[in-house]
Design a protein around this ligand. Sequence first.
Ligand SMILES: [Zn+2]
Length: 287
Amino acid sequence: MAHVGAKQILSEAQREGYGVPCLLAGNLEMLIGVVQAAEACNAPLILAYNAQVTPQIPLPLIAPAMVKAAEGARVPIATILDHGADLASIEQAIACGLSTVMYDGSALPFEENVRRTQEVVRIAHAHGVDVEGELGAVGGSSIELGYSQARSEFTDPDQAVEFVARTGVDVLAISFGNLHGLYDGAPDLDLARVRAIAGRVTTPLAMHGASGLPGSAYAAVIAAGISKINYYTAMARAVTHSLRQALATAGETDLVYHRVIAWTTGQFASETRRLLHLLRQSLETST
Ligand SMILES: [Zn+2]
């Protein structure tokens, strides 16, 4: 259908009251699986590349496949560099043809985050590329588990208003108790803070670390004002689990590698269908 910027997809989701998953497309199995699911559910999708999770896969190699998949899909798809750390990686992602870049300056002091994000927005918008910024640190890790989050790092609503106005970002990632990776016990999400921010900025809001919430939590997070749902760890765990079971039944002399490719592609597709169902409950109940 169309390879579009994240802003277009998320603005529509904001209006209609559903969430859009942002899923890693670090290799072809992930990419093909998640796009198949989006088409099957007739749902838009954001395909992400994260250099920390798949450093073995160079962006210039996988980006053309992400862009081709988006261009050929029957649903709108955005492509994004997840957690761009510096200007060089942002410029590389733009050169590779991604429709959106995330610049993560959340570890910097406020003024420095504003200044560097402004620079990214200036460069990206000159190329017609959307920008996601982050304000308030979302802790944790998608590849190492066992973190907790200090409330002092939650996004301040007044600062969010100022950050959006001064930087002109198209999407804002916020911190309200969400964590990358898996939660240690039940997540303690400050949804009143999400509502306070969503009530004062029209920019779509992103939740990183949406893995492993109870199923009922997604509708509440979306109702509070989140449109972009970054999701990886729980999906990777489910795929790993099914792969382990499949390998356990394979014989020592079986050549299973090509079946591993088929299994993982199918598992990423079925996990994505399950997630899309959770994120689009409001649509399914109203039709
Ligand atoms: Zn993230």
